[in-house]
Design a protein around this ligand. Structure first.
Ligand code: FMN
Length: 152
């Protein structure tokens, strides 16, 4: 659990869409996401080393990053408390595959289409730096992460 001072860091709420290269798809909620470059546009996602998503991103470098919008807290919970190792989260939430057969969340504030360019193992997380190849905006206001809402 984060200390109070760590919880004060402001973040959005995102869902990473990944695929194993054989059609196995997964969706994972992440708050530890930030932009790290503008030329080219690049983002960083910190994924716990033990999560299924970390192993998927090491197998297949392409991923979607759905920026959840206000009112999509339920999506964050569905994709953030069960592992894709034993649950097909694409059946539990409204999603579609518009790019490279990767799942993305319907009605998100934006979706970024990314390719992993660098992988850094740091502490208990793996940092995936992805180049943003293209994207779509949905017109919603992005959802702001509130750790207490999800983790008490
Ligand atoms: C709001 C929210 C934010 C989260 N942020 C992250 C994050 O930034 N990095 C991370 O590794 N896990 C994060 N999690 C936890 C994962 O989403 C969760 O452990 C998930 O079940 C892992 O799925 P997977 O095993 O299918 O990859 C978050 C969960 C919630 C509910």
């Amino acid at each position: 659990m984060a200390n109070n001072y760590m919880s004060a860091i402001t973040q959005g709420v995102y869902v990473i869409g990944a695929e194993d290269g054989n059609g196995g798809k997964n969706l994972m909620t992440a708050a530890w996401v930030t932009q790290v470059s503008s030329r080219p546009n690049q983002v960083l996602a910190a994924v716990s080393a033990g999560h299924y998503t970390a192993s998927l991103l090491e197998e297949n470098p392409f991923f979607t990053l759905s920026v959840l919008g206000e009112g999509q807290e339920d999506v964050a919970k569905i994709c953030g408390f069960k592992s894709g190792r034993n649950t097909d989260k694409t059946q539990l939430t409204a999603c579609s595959c518009k790019w490279r057969e990767l799942p993305e969340i319907e009605g998100a504030a934006a979706v970024l289409y990314c390719e992993v360019k660098k992988v850094i193992k740091e502490g208990d997380h793996v940092l995936f730096i992805g180049e943003v190849l293209s994207g779509e905006t949905g017109g919603k206001k992005p959802l702001i992460y509130d750790a207490k809402y999800y983790f008490g």
